[in-house]
Design a protein. Structure first.
Length: 388
């Protein structure tokens, strides 16, 4: 049986409301769906003291962009433009003949040759050899590769930064000037794989931009008309806040970094969206029409693709989960089989096919750690409790 109980829906509304306030989350939109039952809570304001949040309000979804990039890549696999286990160097020559650091935190000139080429699957599973490792943020001094990436302004080791982004061709050139941190296929590193996929997809589709690829393969077929790399209407875009001392400070205003097109459309963290657009994407992954991916491609996206050795040491990022293609997958416990991914600027996206459940929470408060903030965890728990 699927569906939501009325007492459960009432409790969900109460839980959402407890997290809204000028010193907590200024506003949120939460969607919970099971079967034909869809419930949306819109609570609070777009900015502190500003207009009320609406169901169609726009939020920066940050890393919730990643599953969408995974789907766009698999659409190109279905078209025959990409092959999952083929090297990418014919489209990304900047990543050919890679050098690999002897130690992740070691000098940039102490390298060995890569043992093989990078494949499409390596990028989708975040095992191509470059990205965030939790240890780099606890180091007493910045790792040399971290300092070099910051100097190159590729925004791979922190929040998205559209205002300093280079063009896609320049971005991949700068990344290609840096050594890998591990051999291709050896270890899971967060974030950068999805950035590379945006460039790969643009070139594979022979498109003018990565945004064009998303529009033609994902957004238009699914009716995701409000999802883009730039806010369609800044009057509906929530102000982004970060905690500062005992209050919230503005991190990005509506007329800030997402009010104009960036030269680099970041496939890892660049999109703005609404709760209903993300629900359309979730329904596609659940096999509801319209279907833009083959059943086989969806299956690849939602199954565990990692070994224990590949994800070792990255438990803080993964939160006890494993990884499919551009998104986390739950492999044990009461939510086993669920998948999705969250965004550090205030979003969470969870799909549980075994229980026919979708939970999407959009807020404008930047996360303070990799752990799921209480507002998201509590709404998800209330959603499970509301199932009939």
């Amino acid at each position: 049986m699927s569906g939501l109980s009325q007492p459960g829906v009432q409790r969900l509304a109460e839980v959402a409301a407890t997290h809204v306030g000028p010193d907590r989350v200024p506003g949120l939109v939460a969607l919970v769906a099971s079967g034909d039952d869809v419930h949306v809570e819109s609570v609070g304001s777009l900015s502190i003291g500003g207009p009320a949040v609406q169901r169609d309000s726009l939020f920066r979804i940050a890393s919730t962009t990643k599953p969408i990039t995974g789907a766009a890549t698999m659409a190109l696999v279905d078209e025959g433009r990409l092959e999952l286990d083929a090297p990418v160097t014919h489209l990304l020559p900047e990543l050919a003949a890679r050098r690999v650091l002897r130690q992740m935190d070691g000098p940039l000139d102490e390298t060995v040759p890569a043992e093989r080429e990078i494949t499409v699957r390596d990028l989708l599973t975040f095992t191509f050899g470059f990205g965030m490792h939790v240890d780099m943020f606890a180091a007493a001094t910045p790792w040399p590769v971290m300092a070099a990436a910051a100097e190159a302004e590729i925004a791979s080791f922190g929040p998205p930064d559209p205002k300093t982004a280079p063009t896609a061709d320049e971005w991949i050139k700068r990344l290609g000037s840096l050594p890998l941190m591990a051999q291709p296929g050896e270890r899971w590193f967060y974030n950068t794989g999805a950035q590379v996929l945006g460039v790969l997809c643009q070139r594979a589709a022979e498109a003018s931009s990565y945004g064009e690829v998303l529009r033609s393969r994902i957004f238009d077929p699914l009716g995701m008309t409000q999802t883009s790399f730039v806010a369609t209407d800044i009057s509906r875009l929530a102000t982004a806040y970060v905690k500062s001392a005992d209050e919230l400070a503005v991190w990005d205003p509506p007329d800030g970094s997402w009010s104009r097109r960036s030269p680099f459309e970041d496939g890892a963290a660049g999109l703005v969206s609404t709760v209903d657009d993300l629900f359309a994407f979730a329904r596609m992954l659940l096999g509801r029409l319209p279907q833009v991916l083959s059943r086989e491609s969806v299956g690849e996206m939602i199954r565990d693709q990692l070994t224990r050795v590949q994800r070792e040491g990255q438990e803080v990022f993964l939160g006890g989960r494993s990884w499919g293609l551009c998104q986390a997958v739950v492999t044990s416990g009461e939510r086993s089989g669920a998948f999705g991914w969250d965004g550090g600027l205030g979003s969470s996206f969870l799909v549980d096919p075994r229980r026919d459940l979708v939970v999407i929470v959009l807020t404008q408060r930047v996360w303070e750690s990799p752990q799921l903030p209480a507002v998201h965890a509590d709404v998800q728990a209330a959603a499970y409790a509301a199932l009939k």
